[in-house]
Design a protein around this ligand. Structure first.
Ligand code: NAI
Length: 298
């Protein structure tokens, strides 16, 4: 069996001072990658002074095991912070092959009680954070005609979850960004995919309840590493990973009901057909979805 390795590859992992990010980092480092361990420090809700020490701890762990890593304490949530993280990698290692956007916080509240500051900080860390680092690395990856980017979404965004409008908005935004970057990056060999993880971390140990002990971050990192590998040829896809199950998640379109002179009553009378999932398609881009009507036209 040929081992999948990352020798001479440089990876940047945001929010890697603990939880899932740390685990992704340990796996890639154990297979030869040089890693920038970014983490702002701070609490699950993003509060606190911030400290580079969680990142430094993971760097020390990697070095102790014979690997190579450097710590970075920038916040992903500003344009300058995103640029600073990428600069750390360029200054230290001179290139970046892999970017894993993983940093995250929670500010859960039912929509009725959601305040603008709870919304904005969550959008800033997750959605803008992902865009900030992608933007900073994009030209570098285009020039070198190579890149692997893995962005982190959540089942809460993909499927909905009580009390998480802010988080869900950010996490579905990340899916949209990744789908477009997957399309735009393809000609430059930049593959952009999305992870929807499930694992016991400080963020989820209370939310997951009794399932938590069966859900380790170590069960999630292999799909991330696979998507980060040069052999990975998929792009714009979403993968769920948790408790040992790894599965593609997709956005599909039903074949639908066709009538060029459609009326409200037609919609009422054909609602079953509109919703019938039999023979659904998974369009690769917006034009493909629009084009689904073509065979129905005379
Ligand atoms: P975690 O709280 O252990 O890790 C998140 C890390 O991001 C923390 O170390 C934190 O200091 C760092 N961080 C927060 N704001 C930052 C900023 N502005 N700049 C840089 N770093 C920052 O939580 P976990 O579970 O490891 O989460 C990792 C990612 O996975 C997050 O994006 C989260 O939303 C996502 N996720 C996790 C799930 C789970 O089951 N653990 C489920 C679905 C999504």
């Amino acid at each position: 069996m040929v081992e999948m390795r990352f020798d001479n590859k440089v990876a940047v992992i945001t929010g890697a001072g603990g939880g899932l990010g740390r685990c992704h980092a340990l796996l890639l480092a154990s297979r030869g990658a040089k890693i920038v361990i970014n983490d702002l420090g701070g609490a699950v809700d993003g509060s606190g002074e911030g400290s580079v020490s969680p990142a430094q701890k993971v760097v020390d762990e990697i070095k102790k095991a014979g690997g190579d890593a450097v710590a970075d304490g920038n916040s992903v949530s500003t344009v300058e912070g995103g640029a600073g993280i990428i600069k750390t990698a360029m200054d230290e290692y001179g290139k970046i092959d892999i970017l894993i956007n993983n940093a995250g916080i929670l500010r859960d509240k039912s929509f009725a009680k959601l305040t603008p500051d709870m919304l904005n900080i969550v959008l800033d860390v997750h959605l803008h954070g992902t865009i900030n680092t992608c933007k900073a690395v994009w030209d570098i990856m285009k020039k070198q005609q190579y890149g692997r980017i893995i962005n982190t979404t959540s089942a809460a965004g993909l499927f909905g979850n009580f009390g998480q409008t802010n988080y869900a908005a950010a996490k579905m935004g990340i899916v949209g960004v990744s789908k477009v970057l997957g399309i735009e990056g393809a000609k430059n060999n930049i593959m952009v995919n999305v992870l929807a993880p499930g694992a016991k971390t400080r963020m989820t140990e209370e939310l997951l309840g009794p399932m938590a002990d069966k859900m380790s971050p170590e069960q999630v990192s292999p799909i991330v590493a696979y998507l980060a590998h040069e052999d990975c040829s998929v792009t714009g896809e979403i993968f769920s990973a948790g408790a040992g199950r790894t599965a593609k998640i997709f956005v599909g379109a039903a074949q639908g009901y066709f009538n060029e002179t459609v009326t409200i009553e037609d919609i009422r009378d054909n609602f079953g057909k509109i919703c019938d999932e039999t023979g659904y398609a998974i369009p690769k881009n917006a034009m493909e979805e629009i084009g689904m009507v073509m065979p129905m036209m005379k």
